[in-house]
Design a protein around this ligand. Structure first.
Ligand code: 5GP
Ligand code: SF4
Ligand code: MG
Length: 450
């Protein structure tokens, strides 16, 4: 998963991009980058680390120009090395071109092999570079036609921002796997993975970039924008896991507010998976809070913050080594013994992936005196890996890929375990956003494979 942000015709384009990336830090913490331009040259800075640490005033001052794109990286395709940081930039027959990409291309390795056979030399292992090579080889002189030509050969998930000296282009793959929104800042077009980036800099949210839409902003013609739809119409497959876990709750994704959606998932979960005779609902903070509020409202059980989260460590899931992950749970989540002692708890979380967090947490809750623990998950079992840009573990590590709900309950040590159904999840997600979601990690129903 990654974040992208782009702004045109702004006095402090790089500075505003830095702020936008800051608001999107939750989508990727490995590294960050900005490419800006004044309509001639590109200015580039990419580095591993967090946005607030990397973009100091002297760095931002060097990123000149009225238009910029930026990226936060969360490694999916390609490893965690600095060559794989984005935006990628390359010189070609049509001049320099830079791309910021969120998503995963499913035919990248096949295309890379073909391009290498034909003489292309790759600088990174990230799949995004494939798009640049295809642009360079297109034989087209104009970025819009070259990009269209390149994207027609690609399948998979991409929300892209593409920049050269003439254009800022925003494009979302025909199935719309990853989110992308547009708005205006001082009357000029602006783009981001999520609306929360607009809120921070006082930009106005207008709408989604539609699946299959290419929005072209002309840097040479007063930043006017126009849309083209170069692809065959395809059923939408927007990632439902963005609504469940990934996006920030204050964002609007696919036209609906994430907080409201998560609360409704919790309500629906309470209807599908009630917990008889429980005393209270407690969330696994922070990601489980919104569904727990919904569960509490629908079940009329009191809501209590029975677990306190320390904010001074990263998300445990990201840590690469199992030993650190287990340790991280202790560091991160601590039960409030005085609140939960002797009580029967409904513990609500948004998803259960490897089960390591839940197992440790339930142990801590029991040590702190909980009488019963009824674990409720506001999503269906995560049983299949994602190939479209979310860094889920391999099938082997996914607890639900080879275990029944009862086996998972035993493994995590809960008295009862209840998941939301796929029908329930989709019903809530579709309420405001309409039909057309990817749910492959829950259903195994992959919309596009290579
Ligand atoms: P588990 O109990 O399976 O070890 O961990 C579940 C927790 O991981 C949940 O609280 C959920 O919010 C979080 N989670 C689920 N998917 C992801 C992901 O893709 N990335 C990160 N960082 N956390 C995730
Ligand atoms: Fe999202 Fe799951 Fe589909 Fe991946 S497989 S795009 S995480 S819904
Ligand atoms: Mg969580």
């Amino acid at each position: 998963m990654c974040a992208i942000f782009g702004i045109s015709g702004a006095e402090e384009a790089a500075n505003l991009t830095y702020l936008g990336l800051h608001a999107l830090q939750h989508r990727g913490q490995e590294g960050t980058g900005i490419v800006s331009t004044n309509g001639t040259d590109p200015f580039v800075h990419k580095e591993r680390g967090l946005v607030g640490d990397i973009f100091t005033s002297p760095v931002i001052d060097r990123l000149k120009g009225h238009t910029a794109i930026g990226h936060n990286r969360y490694s999916t395709a390609g490893g965690n090395t600095s060559e794989n940081l984005q935006p990628v930039i390359m010189k070609s027959s049509i001049g320099w071109v830079s791309i910021a990409h969120n998503g995963n291309l499913v035919n990248a390795s096949e295309l890379t092999r073909k391009l290498e056979e034909e003489g292309s030399i790759f600088q990174s292992t990230a799949d995004t570079e494939v798009i640049l090579h295809l642009i360079a080889k297109s034989g087209e002189r104009n970025l819009v036609t070259a990009l269209t030509h390149a994207l027609k050969q690609i399948s998979g998930a991409y929300s892209l921002l593409v920049l050269n000296k003439e254009y800022l282009i925003a494009v979302r793959d025909p199935q719309g796997f990853r989110p992308l929104v547009m708005g205006e800042h001082n009357g000029k077009p602006i783009f981001a993975s999520e609306t929360t980036a607009f809120d921070l800099i006082g930009a106005k949210y207008q709408r989604e970039v539609e699946p299959g839409e290419m929005v072209v902003v002309s840097l040479k013609n007063e930043f006017k924008n126009s849309s083209i739809y170069p692809f065959k119409p395809t059923p939408k497959k927007r990632c439902v896991f963005e609504q469940v876990y990934f996006a920030r709750p204050d964002s609007i994704i696919y036209g609906s507010n994430v907080y409201q959606t998560r609360k409704k998932l919790g309500k629906r979960l309470a209807e599908e998976q009630p917990a008889k005779n429980a005393d209270m609902v407690i969330p696994v903070p922070d990601s489980g809070v919104y569904a727990a509020i919904g569960y509490s409202e629908a079940s009329r059980l009191p809501f209590e913050m029975g677990i306190i989260r320390s904010h001074y460590i990263g998300r445990t899931f990201i840590e690469p080594r199992q030993s650190i992950r287990d340790f991280g749970v202790k560091l991160k989540l601590n039960p409030v013994a005085e609140t939960i002692h002797g009580k029967s708890l409904v513990v609500v979380d948004d998803s259960l992936v490897r089960g390591t967090t839940s197992k440790k947490l339930i142990q801590h809750l029991r040590n702190a005196g909980a009488r019963e623990v009824h674990l409720r998950i506001s999503a269906p079992p995560t049983a299949h890996p994602c190939f479209y840009g979310i860094d889920t573990p391999t099938k082997k590590e996914l607890l639900a890929s080879s275990n029944s709900v009862e086996e998972i309950r035993k493994f995590v040590g809960a008295d009862t375990l209840g998941y939301l159904s796929i029908e329930g999840l989709l019903k809530v997600a579709q309420e405001k956003s309409g039909e057309g979601f990817c749910h492959a990690c829950f259903s195994g129903d992959y919309p596009c494979l290579n």
